[in-house]
Design a protein around this ligand. Sequence first.
Ligand code: FES
Length: 147
Amino acid sequence: MTRLTVNNEAVEYRMPPETPLLWALRDASNLTGTKYGCGTGSCGACTVDVDGRAVRSCQLTIAAAEGAFVTTIEGLSRDRAHPVQLALIAGNVPQCGYCIPGITMAAAALLKRDPMPSDAAIRAAITNICRCGIYPRLIEAIQRAGR
Ligand code: FES
């Protein structure tokens, strides 16, 4: 059994310890806002916050995450929309939307440590892949969210 805190609630996963956190969140916790894209750590669709850092949950086993505080997109916006979400909407950023939860989690983690990130800092921190090509609008929106 693996114990974590997910979106401020204690959870126990009765799954093999090598289970990626992504699948524990989706299959056991029914937190399907965290998306599966590549499964190899490349796309960022599965990004969640683990102890204050943006982490690709397909690459982290639940055993490695034991005791961690995990926030998913559902937890980020439980009470009200996060500033990143408001800025994404205001900037008409999302297209198909599949990558947006992961990008939102990565952007929220970035803004916690750097509220006024430069273009270069955003490009370095947000390496998530978007096949719709929203990147120029995305950078503007992240900077707006930090103001
Ligand atoms: Fe985890 Fe692509 S699904 S990085």
